[in-house]
Design a protein around this ligand. Structure first.
Ligand code: NAP
Length: 282
């Protein structure tokens, strides 16, 4: 069986177009502030692409590139200032922060109504009880992909590899709220292969190239590869051995061109949601 390749790039473009149309109808255009501390090259790439996404969606955007030597107080002061701005709907602090800065304290300082990354404990709590204000960007993007292809997690066995706060945990929650039967696996899971091979929907978010081999994919399974790794040749790749997994799966996401663009599109959707919230628009 040759799997259908889920095109995240095309779906993200469609989603951003919808966001743009809704943003145009607002009294004030949505505003996003992106804060980057230090000079991590990967983070710089992400920040540049977020600016481009904002332009495509007709958003106002501001970028703060702070030196690695920025103090916790300076960063908190900036977050406080952005919290108070009427033209800024979303605040994104690019992670990871340089060593010496307290990430958790910074995330806690962001006004939950501007927390478009959905990392603040308030928003994580809302998500946990099934009443999210914002969608966690990467898992939310995965859910959009499933919806687009008519894949309903209800009654399905969903296996999530990875349990990070950014991907694995919120992914499991969204699948659970969509009535999937969810199994979470991590580095201490002894029978990972068997569990993965039992999945109707398999989501891999580990960060290990070549982790998911064909024997871990059930015939007809939906395989979602969240990972963004670099192989030995420096090429971007996921956790899944794509060619062999695609022989057995019904649907599969590529890397690049799969979940990555959807994560970015969901950030735009969340910024739109925040702008509607701030402008009292339903
Ligand atoms: P992370 O914080 O490092 O978490 C990795 C998770 O994988 C942990 O829960 C870890 O278990 C688990 N793990 C490690 N080795 C394992 C193994 N051999 N078997 C099973 N589980 C194992 O990473 P993350 O931030 O969640 O990111 C995961 C991947 O997704 C990375 O490749 C990252 O680049 C990518 N990513 C992509 C997007 C996107 O937009 N596409 C967004 C975010 C992240 P323990 O908890 O036991 O340590």
């Amino acid at each position: 069986m040759a799997a259908t390749r889920i095109d995240g790039k095309a779906l993200a473009a469609k989603l951003k177009e919808e966001v743009r149309a809704q943003a145009e109808a607002l009294p004030r255009r949505p505003g996003l502030a992106v804060v980057l501390v230090g000079d991590d090259p990967a983070s710089r790439v992400y920040v540049t692409s977020k600016r481009k996404d904002c332009e495509e969606c007709g958003f106002y955007s501001e970028e703060y590139a702070l030196p690695a030597a920025t103090t916790q107080k300076q960063l908190l002061d900036l977050v406080g200032e952005l919290n108070g701005r009427g033209d800024i709907d979303g605040i994104l602090v690019q992670l990871p922060l340089p060593r010496g800065l307290d990430e958790q304290e910074v995330l806690l300082a962001i006004d939950p109504a501007k927390d478009v990354d959905c990392f603040h404990p308030y928003n994580v709590g809302q998500l946990t009880i099934g009443a999210p204000v914002f969608q966690p960007c990467t898992p939310g993007g995965v859910m959009e992909m499933l919806k687009e292809h008519g894949i309903d997690p209800a009654g399905k066995r969903c296996v999530v590899l990875g349990r990070s706060n950014i991907v694995g945990k919120p992914m499991a929650l969204l699948l659970l709220h969509a009535h999937g039967t969810v199994v979470m696996c991590h580095s201490k899971t002894p029978d990972l292969k068997e569990l993965a091979a039992s999945a109707d929907i398999l989501v891999s978010a580990v960060g290990k190239t070549g982790l998911v081999t064909a024997d871990m994919v059930k015939e007809g399974a939906v395989v979602i590869d969240v990972a963004m790794n670099r192989n030995e040749a420096g090429k971007l790749c996921g956790d899944v051995c794509f060619d062999e997994a695609a022989e057995k799966a019904s649907y599969i996401t590529p890397v690049p061109g799969g979940v990555g663009p959807m994560t970015r599109a969901m950030l735009m959707k969340n910024t739109l949601t925040a702008a509607k919230l701030h402008q009292g628009v339903k």
